[in-house]
Write a protein that binds this ligand. Structure first.
Ligand SMILES: [Fe+2]
Ligand SMILES: [Fe+2]
Length: 319
C-alpha cells in the first residue's frame, strides 16, 4: 500500500493553481465576449414555430425543398461545430487561459443551442431531415462538390483534434482559420446571405427567421473571438504570415466558385441555387484582411482593441 500524500501538500498545489483567487481580467476580449453572451442569452425552446407549421402545409413543393435543404445544411454545420469546438476549449484550459476557457464554454453551449434550434424547427413542421440525404448527395455532385473532401467531417475535425497533442501557435492559428474564419466567417455568412435573398422575400416561417437571427448574433461573437485569437498569434509570431496566406488559399480553394469556375454551366447552376461566387470571394478576402492588420500590431495592442474591431462587418447589423 502506498503512503497517503500529506494533506498539506495537496492543499498547497491546488491553492496556487486557481487563477480566480488572483483576479479575473475584466478588460480582456474573452471576458467582454463572455459578459455579452450572458446578457444575450436565449433559449430555442422559447421560439414559437406554430406559424411555421401552418406556412409549411401551404408551401409549394419546390419552395419547401429549398428551405429544407438550407435548414438541413445549417443544422449539420452547427452539429459539426458543436462537437469540434471541444479541443480548442480543452487547449485553452490546459494553457491556463481562464477567461478564454470561460468564454469558450459559452461558445460551445451556443453552438449546441443552434443545433437544437434547427432540429426543433424540423420537428415542428413535421419533416424528417434524413429523408433529404439522397437529394443532398445529388446536389453536391451537381455543384461540383462531389469530389471535395468533406469540410465538416474531414478537415475541420482533423485540424481541431490536432490541438489535443499540438498546442503550438501555428496549430492554434490553423484551428481558428478553419473554424472561425472559414466555417463561420465564409461558409455560414454566405449561407445567411443565400437565406436572406432566397427566403426572406417569401415572408413566411417567422419562427425560423427569428432563430436564424439569434444564431447570427451569437456567430458575430464567435468570429470576433477567432479573429482576436488569430491576431494575438500573428502579432506574437509575424513570421507565420506567409504560411497563413498559403494555408488560407488552400482552405478556400473550394469556395467562391473556386472549383469549376471555368465551367459556365456549373456557374449557372450555382447561381440558380443562390450561390454568389463574387460575394464569397469578398468574404474570403475580408477574413484574411481582418488577420493581416495584426502584422503591424504588438500583442498588447491586440489585447487592448475594442471587441467591435474583431467582428465581421457583415454581421454588425444583427443586434
Ligand atoms: Fe453556430
Ligand atoms: Fe459559431
Amino acid at each position: 500500500m502506498t503512503e497517503p500524500v500529506a494533506a498539506g501538500q495537496i492543499q498547497e498545489t491546488q491553492i496556487s493553481r486557481y487563477r480566480s483567487t488572483r483576479g479575473l481580467d475584466y478588460d480582456s476580449v474573452p471576458w467582454k465576449l463572455w459578459e455579452k453572451s450572458k446578457k444575450l442569452f436565449w433559449d430555442p425552446a422559447d421560439l414559437d414555430f406554430t406559424q411555421d407549421a401552418t406556412d409549411w402545409q401551404a408551401m409549394p413543393d419546390d419552395e419547401r425543398l429549398l428551405v429544407a435543404l438550407s435548414a438541413r445544411g445549417f443544422m449539420v454545420g452547427e452539429e459539426a461545430v458543436t462537437l469540434d469546438i471541444v479541443p480548442l476549449l480543452r487547449c485553452m484550459s490546459d494553457l491556463g487561459r481562464l477567461e478564454d476557457t470561460m468564454y469558450l464554454s459559452m461558445f460551445a453551449m451556443e453552438e449546441a443551442k443552434h443545433t437544437d434550434m434547427f432540429r426543433r424547427w424540423f420537428d415542428a413542421v413535421g419533416l424528417d431531415p434524413s429523408s433529404l440525404d439522397d437529394i443532398v448527395r445529388a446536389r453536391q455532385a451537381a455543384l461540383g462538390q462531389g469530389d471535395r473532401p468533406g469540410l465538416f467531417d474531414g478537415a475541420l475535425t482533423r485540424v481541431m483534434r490536432r490541438l489535443d497533442t499540438d498546442r503550438s501557435p501555428r496549430a492554434i492559428l490553423d484551428a481558428t482559420l478553419i473554424y472561425n474564419q472559414l466555417v463561420e466567417g465564409v461558409a455560414a455568412i454566405a449561407g445567411y446571405r443565400r437565406w436572406e435573398l432566397t427566403f426572406r422575400r417569401l415572408g413566411k416561417l417567422p419562427g425560423l427567421q427569428a432563430g436564424i437571427k439569434l444564431t447570427q448574433r451569437d456567430e458575430r461573437r464567435h468570429i470576433a473571438y477567432g479573429t482576436y485569437l488569430g491576431r494575438q498569434i500573428i502579432a506574437a509570431n509575424p513570421e507565420l504570415w506567409e504560411w497563413v496566406e498559403q494555408r488560407w488559399a488552400r482552405l478556400t480553394a473550394g469556395f467562391g466558385g473556386g472549383y469549376g469556375a471555368a465551367e459556365p454551366e456549373l456557374r449557372d447552376r450555382r447561381a440558380a441555387l443562390g450561390f454568389d461566387d463574387e460575394y464569397e470571394q469578398g468574404l474570403i478576402r475580408r477574413r484574411l484582411e481582418a488577420l493581416a492588420v495584426a502584422r503591424t500590431m504588438n500583442i498588447a495592442e491586440v489585447n487592448a482593441s475594442a471587441v467591435e474591431t474583431f467582428e465581421p462587418e457583415e454581421l454588425q447589423h444583427v443586434v
